[in-house]
Design a protein around this ligand. Structure first.
Ligand code: PLP
Length: 379
């Protein structure tokens, strides 16, 4: 009798294991097919970990918060731009480019990582830094990301306006013309919304990675929370999830523009990405959630909720957030939890997109963060 039960239990385990293996094989095959047609260079350390933030979840008294550690993508202090660059530079290399050009803010993570990727692959690189945040101290211009850019070495141009994406792109294409005239082959990674969003394919892959991680841990996830700027990450994750029949809501916290304009930008980009991966129309207006409550007083500028969110994540979890993207997103998430949007039995994922080097461009944060009284309140 005991033998009979044991052999049935063994048989059941065998069936469950086989079905899981079959699911994983089908899932992986589906994933490869979504981004298969596009050249990719390997730059990232993936899969990135999915970790539970037990202390922070408990402190906030809301849902269980998980963090997807895309701040740990490996290259030159990591971040979401590494996954995106795998496809932009994949396209560049497949077209025979030998010089990469890109543009961004003074503390741009995109610019830092483009330089790193070019250096790793032995390509030349020219970047343009825009004056996007006024009234900043000297450290903003020479510590954090600008320091790392100079350390890795690149030809640096400057653009005086920070809110003129089309103008910044035009200036970049003019530098690319100069590169061509010098007999080299440039490749521009532009800023404005109307280019082919190869970078989003990196986040289609990330969506695939997440679905697999949820399945492996038998996790039911009720929301994915991320910062939304160029919308490359947001559009890629949404398209990847929906193409895999996964309906988890994606919450995008605005870091650059108001929620209405951002929603339009995400939808326009998602429509292009959906076509690129062979699932036209898979993302609709109803899928787009954006919120700009924590954006004030503007891109890359500090506010009280952001500072509190950075402190809480650091004190409760040793998790470092940045002032422009992930800090504001965590502030938005805390606000959402406090408004009762999620219940304690739910699970949500915070996508940590990196950006931590910029911490060193905000010296005024140091005094505030070292304030003993406030640290004690956070604990
Ligand atoms: C650290 C970090 N997080 C989030 C974002 C926003 O991502 P996306 O531009 O793909 O919307 C950026 C963009 O610069 C970033 O550097």
């Amino acid at each position: 009798m005991v033998d009979f039960v044991n052999s049935n239990v063994d048989w059941l385990i065998y069936v469950v294991q086989s079905l899981t293996a079959l699911f994983l094989t089908i899932h992986q095959r589906k994933c490869i097919m979504l981004t298969d047609n596009y050249p990719r260079v390997e730059l990232s350390h993936t899969p990135t970990p999915l970790e539970c933030l037990e202390n922070l979840s408990q402190k906030l008294g809301g849902p269980k918060i998980w963090v997807k550690r895309d701040d740990c993508t490996g290259l030159a202090m990591g971040g979401n731009k590494v996954r995106q660059l795998e496809y932009y530079i994949g396209d560049a290399v497949s077209k025979g480019a030998d010089t990469i050009l890109t543009t961004g803010a003074m503390q741009s993570n995109q610019v830092r990582l483009t330089i790193a990727a070019a250096r790793k692959l032995g390509l030349d690189v020219e970047v343009q830094l825009e004056e996007r945040v006024g009234g900043r101290p000297q450290e903003y211009y020479n510590s954090g990301n600008p320091f790392l850019m100079k350390l890795m070495g690149a030809k640096i141009h400057h653009y005086a306006d920070g809110e003129d994406e089309e103008g910044a792109d035009r200036a970049l294409y003019a530098y690319a013309d100069e590169v061509s005239k010098a007999g080299k082959t440039p490749y521009v990674i532009p800023l404005s919304g109307d280019h082919i969003p190869y970078g989003s394919l990196g986040y289609v892959r990330c969506a695939e990675e997440l679905v697999l991680q949820f399945h492996q841990r038998s996790l039911k996830i009720d929301g994915i929370i991320l910062p939304t700027g160029s919308a490359t990450t947001h559009a890629g994750i949404l398209c990847g999830l929906r193409a895999l029949n996964c309906n988890i809501p994606v919450y995008g916290f605005c870091v650059r523009r108001d929620q209405q304009s951002q929603a339009e930008r995400v939808l326009a980009k998602a429509e292009k990405v959906a076509e690129m991966i062979g699932h036209p129309g898979i993302v609709t207006k109803q899928d787009i959630w954006t919120n700009d409550k924590m954006l004030y007083p503007g891109y890359g500028q500090l506010n009280d909720e952001l500072e509190e969110a950075m402190r809480l994540a650091a004190v409760c979890e040793g998790l470092l957030l940045d002032p422009t993207y992930t800090g504001k997103t965590m502030a938005g998430l805390i606000d959402l939890i406090e408004s009762g949007h999620f219940t304690p039995d739910q699970n949500i994922v915070f996508l940590h997109t990196g950006g931590t080097p910029a911490l060193f461009g905000y010296p005024e944060l140091i005094d505030k963060m070292l304030d003993e009284k406030q640290i004690k309140t956070a604990i």
